[in-house]
Design a protein around this ligand. Structure first.
Ligand code: THG
Length: 368
């Protein structure tokens, strides 16, 4: 195990003791928390996700809770997606933007009651943002980070595992819908969701003192299905075309640049943060777009450094925002955030390091 020193600045999740015992070997930092990445065999962890099932400590997906008479009003003000028809028990994927229309986070927004919402956030401080907006708008709503930590079960056999813990009702959950439940006295919410396209669930633990207990219940239920360890798996998420806000976006990326148009409704009311900017961008057309990039050659060549330059005929047209070796395509692939006039099929050059140019092609996303 690597040496980490959990503190108030680098917070352990309730599953920290469990992932230590399981032999976690690498992790990243997300919402000032430790986000486990691997348990020593990334290749196995990838194929477990694709072929069977895996359990991931994604406690770093923190909840920003809005509670009170104006909770629904604030949820909509923060969201450039129409939430007016969202039902209790339903989640929606929402790109949050600032006043310039720049994406600042992309939570799953869960409606628990008319006056109780969770924004299950990606890696940025939305707690500050929500408090500031609520205060400026004079809203009657309490904003907190509750004791809620998701445990993901992903992969084609995940449904069997989660059904054997909670019952067959989980099989009827629609995408992003959830139910509150209890197992051995542990309060949870169970949602069909997760940061992969292999299907699965997230179990939101609502009592941080029971992390190891919940981990062991899921692990035991997963034994007949060959459940493995892991963490959000970059090769799979890139093959599947999922955006990582903060990694694939910069300080001027709009939802339209990164293909999130279908999660934006510019006809929401004028008080929604960033909506004027988004209407303008929509009318003028986005300056950039995201395309798949397939690099020539078939030797694994992982992402080098930060946002490798992409050019066509010697002119820079954008940046490679990530890249992985795809075990299924046996190619190095990544996302290009490029000028809007770059076409699918265009040949490009990626400068992977000073003096190291690699050729490739722009292709449609998702890759698989
Ligand atoms: N689960 C929970 N919270 C999260 C994440 C999660 N917070 C951070 C991060 N992940 C948020 N980002 C995403 C990005 C994409 C998706 C989910 C969370 C996703 N997108 C699908 C797509 O784009 O095809 C489906 C979207 C849809 O059809 O509505 O699943 O994983 N709790």
């Amino acid at each position: 195990m690597f040496n980490v020193f959990p503190t108030a600045r680098l917070r352990p999740s309730p599953f920290f003791h469990a992932i230590k015992a399981e032999g976690c070997t690498s992790a990243s930092i997300y919402n000032r928390m430790i986000l486990p990445a691997s348990f020593g065999d990334p290749e196995k962890e990838y194929w477990d996700l694709i072929e069977r099932c895996v359990m991931w400590d994604v406690g770093a997906e923190r909840q920003v809770q809005l509670e009170g008479p104006d909770a629904s009003t604030l949820a909509q003000i923060l969201s450039p997606r129409d939430l007016s028809n969202q039902k209790i028990g339903q989640g929606k994927y929402v790109p949050l933007v600032n006043h310039q229309g720049t994406v600042i986070n992309d939570p799953i927004v869960l409606k628990l009651r008319e006056d109780l919402w969770w924004f299950s956030i990606a890696d940025s401080d939305i707690w500050f943002w929500a408090r500031a907006i609520a205060a400026e708008r004079g809203l009657d709503v309490e904003i907190s980070e509750p004791d809620v930590s998701p445990l993901a079960v992903q992969g084609p056999l995940a449904e069997n595992v989660v059904a054997s813990v909670f019952g067959d009702w989980v099989r009827d959950l629609k995408y992003f819908w959830f139910n509150e439940a209890e197992i051995e006295g542990i309060p949870v919410a169970v949602q069909r969701s997760g940061w992969s396209k292999q299907g699965g669930f997230e179990i939101y633990l609502r009592d941080g003192s029971r992390g190891t207990d919940l981990w062991n219940i899921v692990k035991e239920a997963g034994q007949p299905y060959g459940i493995g360890n892991g963490g959000p798996t970059s090769p799979e998420r890139v093959e599947s075309g999922l955006i990582s806000v903060g990694s694939d976006t910069d300080s001027r990326t709009s939802p339209f640049d990164i293909g999130l148009d279908r999660f934006v409704n510019t006809d929401v009311h004028d008080g929604v943060i960033g909506i004027q900017a988004l209407r303008l961008i929509e009318a003028q057309g986005a300056e950039r777009r995201v395309v798949g990039i397939v690099l020539d050659g078939d030797e694994p060549d992982p992402f080098g450094f930060h946002w490798e330059p992409i050019s066509i005929d010697g002119v820079k047209v954008g940046s490679l925002t990530n890249s992985v070796f795809s075990p299924r395509l046996k190619k190095n692939i990544g996302y290009g955030l490029v000028n809007a006039d770059v076409q699918l099929g265009d040949r490009v050059v990626v400068t992977r390091a000073p003096g190291k140019d690699v050729e490739g092609s722009a292709v449609a996303m998702p890759f698989i």
